[in-house]
Design a protein around this ligand. Structure first.
Ligand code: ADP
Ligand code: ADP
Ligand code: ZN
Length: 213
């Protein structure tokens, strides 16, 4: 099963993608996580990507498409995957489509997690991410058992640099301008499914399970 998660920054794509990955036994592929791992390791790709990420801008398609296509060509992706944060532009979606087409393959579902802009800023300022394993929490809605400490691995939780309100505004604008057109793109292919992302994370997942079966 090949799934794409769509939605504004902070809509809960990552949270749901991790639950999908676990239930259906497919890898969770997040371009944001790949970039952050590269930044942490000080790679050339990381240095380049950071320039854009810190401003809330998209990393150029050329860089992003290459790392994504390399990732989904790995053996663990043979049985499918859930993409989180990719595609984010129409050209990215077209490249992915063509690459799958060549293999006689296609995306099965694009799941749009819908959350109004008003809710987003609050979501992002409360997001905390584990420096080590990438688990995400929310200080009010999904708190860790112990403040500032990851439930899964015991490492520190941090506020991401790009989750500060000024940067979130830019990211929302970029979402509306460049990413939202993907809703029509996948709707036109007949694979778009929309779920309400404002309800409890378990209820969002119930809605997704009803779609995926
Ligand atoms: P969020 O989950 O909050 O939407 P991500 O972790 O997906 O954030 O992305 C963080 C940043 O990484 C983005 O603001 C952008 O700069 C960069 N990024 C991630 N995925 C892509 C992509 N597919 N195309 C371009 N830039 C990307
Ligand atoms: P995205 O990957 O779309 O940027 P995340 O999955 O990282 O979004 O979620 C953004 C923030 O909102 C995180 O702090 C997360 O813990 C929290 N969150 C996710 N789903 C819900 C939900 N259904 N209700 C409340 N908060 C949520
Ligand atoms: Zn952790």
């Amino acid at each position: 099963m090949k799934i794409i998660m769509l939605g504004a920054p902070g809509a809960g794509k990552g949270t749901q993608a991790k639950m999908i990955a676990e239930k259906y036994g497919i890898p969770h592929v997040s371009t944001g996580d790949i970039f952050r791992a590269n930044i942490k390791n000080g790679t050339k790709l990381g240095l380049e990507a950071k320039k854009y990420m810190d401003q809330g801008l998209l990393v150029p398609d050329e860089l992003t498409v290459k790392i994504l296509l390399d990732r989904v060509a790995q053996p663990d992706c043979e049985r499918g995957y859930v993409l989180d944060g990719f595609p984010r532009t129409i050209p990215q979606a077209e490249v992915l489509d063509e690459a799958l087409n060549k293999l006689g393959d296609a995306i099965d579902y694009a799941i749009n997690v819908e959350v109004p802009d008003e809710n987003i800023i609050r979501r992002m300022s409360g997001r905390r991410a584990c420096v080590s394993c990438g688990a995400t929490y929310h200080v009010e809605h999904i708190p860790p058992r112990q403040e500032g400490v990851c439930d899964k691995c015991g490492q520190d939780l941090i506020l991401r640099d790009d989750d500060k309100p000024e940067t979130v505004q830019n990211r929302l604008k970029v979402y509306h301008d460049q990413t939202k057109p993907l809703i029509d793109f996948y709707s036109g292919k007949g694979i778009l499914r929309t779920v309400d992302g404002t309800v409890d994370m378990k209820d969002v997942f119930d809605a997704i399970e009803a779609i995926l079966g």
